[in-house]
Ligand binder design. Structure first.
Ligand code: BTN
Length: 258
């Protein structure tokens, strides 16, 4: 078992596993959930089959990024639907604490710097033997150069190095994110969702924008007007406000990624 120097949490990340290589840190936690405690965290230097949202893969080259997952055991159903929203808020705040500069949220849970994607989050859950087991997977681009990202075809991506001109290690980033995750979960259980939802709205660059709602091969233009308490994006489409659920669709700005 490894540790995270600087960890200020009571529970989250106190069980911390650092792997050289794994297929996917999300799959690792799902497969090992029965023998790991709630709030265990795993990171890997490299993923051979890193997973993104909507069945995409997540490029996971050794040393280039943070590939991290958090295990949540026996989470109430209501909390599961809010998990992507809480995770995005926490990771945003953890990275801001780490770098001393703010980042934006693109609904539902991409983090952006100057309109380019810095971090993606994949929340997965499955009911297992009467228990809800959820995993929050976090991928942060740490040290890729512009050339490396372009060579991978990731023209809408950026890295913390490009955003801040500083190099951060996966463990430094993991530690900052763990601290922020525990604090957001605590605020959610003590003060409830409304304050966190307002904070999410303040950081969400999707709101107020003309967007394309992309469902399969269909693209519908609309305007993003609000975030609902279940984390769905409320879009005005043909004069009607329609809730868009994360995972069902992707959203693009009219003139690019954000
Ligand atoms: C996205 O498509 O934006 C979500 C990307 C999530 C990537 C992370 S990397 C760590 C964890 N393990 C995975 O296989 N995926 C997530």
């Amino acid at each position: 078992m490894d540790t995270l120097p600087g960890l200020a949490t009571k529970e989250l990340g106190r069980t911390f596993i650092h792997l050289d290589q794994v297929d996917s840190t999300n799959d690792y936690l799902k497969e090992n959930a029965h023998r790991l405690p709630n709030l265990a965290v795993v990171i890997a230097d490299r993923q051979t089959s890193g997973k993104g949202r909507s069945g995409r893969n997540w490029s996971s080259q050794p040393g280039d990024g943070l590939y991290m997952s958090l295990l949540l055991k026996d989470t109430p159903d209501g909390d599961l639907s809010r998990m992507p929203l809480l995770a995005a808020l926490a990771v945003r705040s953890g990275l801001e604490n780490l770098c001393g500069q703010p980042f934006a949220i693109k609904w539902s849970n991409d983090l952006l710097h100057e309109g380019k994607k810095l971090c993606g989050i994949l929340c997965e859950n499955r009911p297992e033997r009467g228990q809800n087991t959820a995993v929050i997977g976090i991928g942060v681009n740490l040290r890729q150069s512009r050339q490396t990202l372009d060579d991978l075809g990731l023209v809408y991506a950026t890295s913390l190095l490009l955003a801040t001109n500083k190099l951060f290690s996966p463990k430094e980033a993991a530690c900052a994110i763990c601290n922020a995750l525990e604090s957001v979960f605590l605020r959610n259980s003590q003060a409830g969702l409304p304050g966190l939802l307002d904070e999410y709205r303040n950081h969400c660059v999707t709101l107020g924008k003309q967007v394309k709602v992309i469902r399969g091969s269909e693209q519908v233009p609309g305007k993003a007007v609000d975030i609902a308490a279940d984390g769905s994006l409320l879009c005005e489409i043909d004069g009607k406000v329609v809730p868009i659920l994360a995972g069902e669709v992707s959203i693009r700005g009219m003139d690019g990624y954000a």
